[in-house]
Design a binder for this molecule. Structure first.
Ligand code: ADP
Ligand code: MG
Length: 898
């Protein structure tokens, strides 16, 4: 194929310049896509492809009208593409085209929904300040609101930074130079997040340049004052985000007014899996209805809803801030009238954070500025309402509202109100925007324009009087300009001065010299007026953009009040209670409920009591569908709600603040949804065992279920021992492996509880009540019996089960009695029993000569012998679960071979 020339050649050359996926190039009144881009866009958006001939070759071509580009770009960006836009501009010799912006998932301004849209950069610096760990920097911007947050994780690993990253649900991630070469990191990112990954120019991450960029944006001293002057990784990430936003050319950089440095340690770790398992913002099925957020959300503004979601996704660890929120919620629960009045007032507000971004990017119109004015005005109304109600005035709400400058807000609101007409048009190029008295020159121009218009308006009467014609009007259209129209029946009365310009069916159109002259005047004045108003408007918008930080402050203060009021509404309507927050790790819940399930079910409340060092691991047993998962999730959700400052669904609760909540839901529940494999289950378990601390809360629901029973039990058993002995996190572990309840008898901090069921009258009735101790029987066999499985099979199952449960089948690690150290049990395949191997198998390396104990009686072959030996020597505490799994599988194969 010959090299493309002409318009297609220009398109392909521009495409070379950008690393965007798709280019939209303006050609007159259309944006066109050519070649591969045309095919791609057509397939994604259902556009028609035509063929463009260019110098003997044909190219696919698709186009959209200039005014319709935005929704098409939005749709493409939502599908994860980065779209470059090349605009056409006039030059002295014709026109030229250049790329003016690149729209990406993280920098897309015209987003339709109200939720936050995060663009993140992650940087790794090897061998940083931490002795041997790595240092990670993370910067996260929301260009739709100007929020910009930065943190650094010293001496951390990839899992930690990913966990931190997931709490933002980023739309787009820019990995730094080291990380983009790290396939494991990229794979983890790809697997666990829906973010688009963009490889931005590495220079942007360079320390010197990044530091300069950040200083330029926020001021020279900012890094020092927010305390990250030495955090090179954080600065590199911040600089890269700023550079990227600037280079994509969306013009929102000015909305990014403030650098918020935060310690990752301020927030509760909640990885993506946990957010999904706890159904924080969407259910496992992917619906937002039925999520925790949609259940507790009673906010009346978009910004309030966004903030509430962030509170749920990023719970806090610091008691002070939580108690502050709690106190405000408490005051609001008790002042129903004032609360409803506040919410009513707030509901009139618009999204100030978004409006600030529109002002700085130059896309705000006069209606937007009116919205700014209205919403700024609400600050005083809300503050007055709070001040008037004593209990609210004495609460932290006063402090929240004081965080925004009320006087400055009132001044700007007054300025806007004095400038703009009450109900301005939606376009800024057609005039009609400003009030009289705002600008003297504009007023003079308007006077002139209006008197010219008045002359036109009164012309028909004057002409009627002069000529006696009754059907006479003056009108205007695009082709004829202004004209005098006379009905057909009276055209013979038309004076000679009238010059006919058009004949219609029932009338004729005329002009007169005077009218032509006035028309020129009017059009000239109109154009001057439009231009002048447009200029004045741009100046006004500019002044609003200069005060973006004020808009953001006011927006955030109002959003926080909205959010606190929402929590109060939910607490009152659902009879929630204020939890006591402590630092000693106790978790005590009286009559707790599941916040979502209680909405639709006659819920049976349950107590929970856990205490570090005494009762920190609960093994939860009970039949299928008895309520195990619900009980565990409600515990996690109550903890999470408490750490957002919310009240909780319980009669009373004491919540020891946790540093992380980790969940793993068994493969079967998830397999049904096609999401999980045993490998994923084990990776998640591995992540928990690595990341959780003694201050964490762990929820394990049926771990080990995704594999054969003996693998499953072994892993569940070993994981329980490891958590109870080493990690010492508060843990709830639901299992259908009854064998595990033996651990509750032996390990001092591990206790059994069960969800009770009643089985009289030949049917299992779920009581939904949690009690101490393990379940006393196998409900599986019971159900088989009920279902009419023949008696011999049922009784044989019981026999087999009893043998499997052989008491003390496995020596328990960490049990008080086992001061002999660590003996591992062997499951003897030939006898179908656990062999505790009290008598160690003696061997001189030659399996044939093994002579001692039971092993001899059962004639163990060489392969089995080798496996037994390996098993005996294996240190479970030192072996990662995934490796354990691989080993167990290997052993099975070894034994199966012969
Ligand atoms: P399991 O994990 O033991 O199989 P689930 O927790 O999934 O059981 O609960 C099974 C069903 O019982 C669910 O539909 C849940 O809504 C309901 N349920 C669970 N706990 C309660 C409770 N305390 N009160 C009322 N309904 C409950
Ligand atoms: Mg369950």
């Amino acid at each position: 194929m010959t090299e493309a020339t002409g318009i297609v050649g220009e398109f392909l050359a521009l495409k070379e310049e950008t690393d965007a996926d798709i280019l939209a190039m303006q050609c007159g009144d259309f944006y066109e896509f050519f070649a591969d881009d045309a095919e791609l866009v057509a397939a994604e958006l259902d556009l028609k492809v035509s063929q463009k001939s260019s110098h003997g070759s044909k190219y696919p071509m698709a186009g959209v009208p200039v005014d319709d580009l935005t929704p098409y770009v939005s749709a493409l960006v939502e599908r994860g593409y980065r779209v470059a836009v090349a605009d056409q501009h006039e030059t002295t010799d014709g026109h030229a085209r250049e790329i003016t912006r690149v729209v990406t998932p993280g920098t897309h301004l015209a987003t339709g929904d109200a939720s936050a849209q995060h663009l993140a950069a992650v940087v790794r610096h090897d061998g940083g300040r931490g002795a041997d760990g790595e240092t990670y920097g993370l910067a996260v911007a929301d260009v739709t609101t100007g929020r910009f947050q930065v943190t650094q994780l010293d001496d951390a690993d990839a899992a930690a930074v990913l966990t931190e990253l997931y709490t933002f649900s980023p739309a787009e991630v820019l990995p730094g130079p080291e990380l983009r070469a790290d396939d494991d990191f990229l794979a983890a990112l790809d697997e666990r997040s829906e973010a688009a990954v963009s490889l931005h120019a590495t220079e942007a991450f360079a320390p010197g340049r990044a530091r300069h960029r950040v200083r330029e944006q926020f001021g020279a001293e900012t890094l020092e004052s927010v305390g990250i002057a030495d955090d090179d990784a954080a600065i590199a990430a911040a600089g890269a985000v700023l550079a990227y936003v600037e280079e994509t050319g969306v013009g929102t950089l000015a909305a990014v007014t403030r650098l918020q440095a935060y310690g990752a340690r301020d927030h509760v770790s909640l990885d993506a899996t946990t957010q999904r398992n706890l159904e924080l913002t969407e259910t496992m099925q992917g619906d937002s209805a039925g999520s925790l957020f949609s259940t507790v959300d009673h906010t009346v503004t978009a910004a309030g809803g966004r903030l509430l979601k962030r509170w749920l996704q990023r719970p806090r660890r610091e008691r002070g801030e939580l108690v502050r929120r709690q106190s405000a919620v408490a005051a609001l629960t008790r002042e129903a009238m004032a609360r409803e009045a506040l919410r009513e007032t707030l509901s009139d507000g618009y999204d100030l954070e978004r409006l600030a971004a529109r002002a700085t990017s130059g896309s705000a119109d006069a209606r937007d500025l009116r919205a700014v004015q209205d919403t700024l005005g609400l600050l005083s109304a809300v503050a007055d309402a709070v001040a008037e109600t004593e209990r609210l005035a004495d609460s932290p709400l006063t402090e929240v509202l004081a965080s925004a400058d009320r006087e400055a807000a009132a001044d700007l609101a007054a300025e806007l109100d004095a400038a703009l007409v009450p109900d301005p048009p939606g376009t800024v190029t057609q005039g009609g925007l400003f009030r009289r008295g705002y600008d003297d020159d504009l007023d003079a121009l308007i006077d002139e324009h209006e008197s010219a218009l008045e002359w036109l308006e009164t012309l028909p009467d004057r002409e009627k009087g002069k000529t006696g014609i009754t059907h006479l009007s003056v009108d205007r259209n695009k082709t004829d300009g202004y004209y005098i129209q006379v009905g057909k029946s009276e055209t013979d009365q038309v004076p000679d001065a009238y010059e006919e310009i058009k004949t219609l069916k029932n009338s004729r159109r005329y002009t007169i010299p005077e009218l032509d002259e006035r028309e020129r005047d009017v059009l000239r004045l109109e154009e001057r007026r439009h231009d002048m108003e447009h200029d004045l408007f741009e100046q006004l918008r500019e002044r609003v953009a200069d005060r973006a930080a004020l808009l953001q402050d006011v927006g955030r203060a109002l959003a926080e009040v909205d959010c606190l009021a929402s929590l109060a509404v939910h607490a009152v309507e659902n009879d929630w209670t204020r939890p006591e927050l402590t630092d000693d790790g106790d978790l005590a819940i009286e009559a707790g409920r599941h916040p979502v399930v209680e909405q639709t079910t006659e819920f049976v409340p349950n107590d929970l009591s856990m205490r570090p060092g005494e009762r920190d691991f609960l093994i939860v047993t009970g039949p299928n569908m008895s309520g195990k998962s619900t009980y565990m999730r409600q515990t996690a959700l109550i903890t999470l709600l408490a750490q957002t400052g919310s009240f909780v669904p319980a009669r009373a609760a004491t919540v020891g603040l946790v540093d992380g909540i980790y969940t793993r839901v068994g493969a079967l529940d998830e397999l049904a949804q096609g999401r999980s494999t045993f490998m994923v289950e084990m990776q998640e378990l591995s992540n928990i065992l690595h990341s959780a601390t003694e201050d964490s809360l762990i929820i394990l629901d049926e771990v080990g279920r995704g594999t054969a029973t003996f693998d499953g039990i072994s892993i569940a058993w070993a994981a329980t021992e490891y958590i109870a002995n080493e990690v010492q996190a508060l843990t709830l572990f639901a299992t259908h492996y009854h064998e595990l309840t033996a651990l509750g008898d032996s390990l001092p901090t591990v206790q059994n509880i069960h969800v009770a069921a009643d089985e009289s009258d030949g049917e299992v009735t779920f009581l939904r009540t949690v009690r101490d101790g393990p379940t006393n029987r196998s409900y599986g066999i019971h159900v088989a019996d009920l279902a009419g499985v023949p008696d011999p099979v049922v009784s044989r199952s019981k026999e087999v089960l009893d043998r499997l449960r052989e008491d003390k089948a496995i020596e328990v690690r960490g049990a008080d009695s086992s001061d002999e150290g660590t003996t591992q049990a062997v499951f003897d395949l030939s006898s179908g029993q656990f062999d505790t191997g009290r008598e160690p198998v003696q061997t001189d390396g030659n399996p044939e000569t093994a002579t001692t104990g039971k092993v001899e009686d059962t004639l163990v072959d060489a392969e089995t012998q080798a496996v037994v030996e390996e098993l005996r020597n294996l240190d479970v505490n030192e072996t990662p679960p995934v490796e354990l799994m691989a080993k167990v599988q290997q052993w099975q194969e070894d034994i199966a071979e012969e």
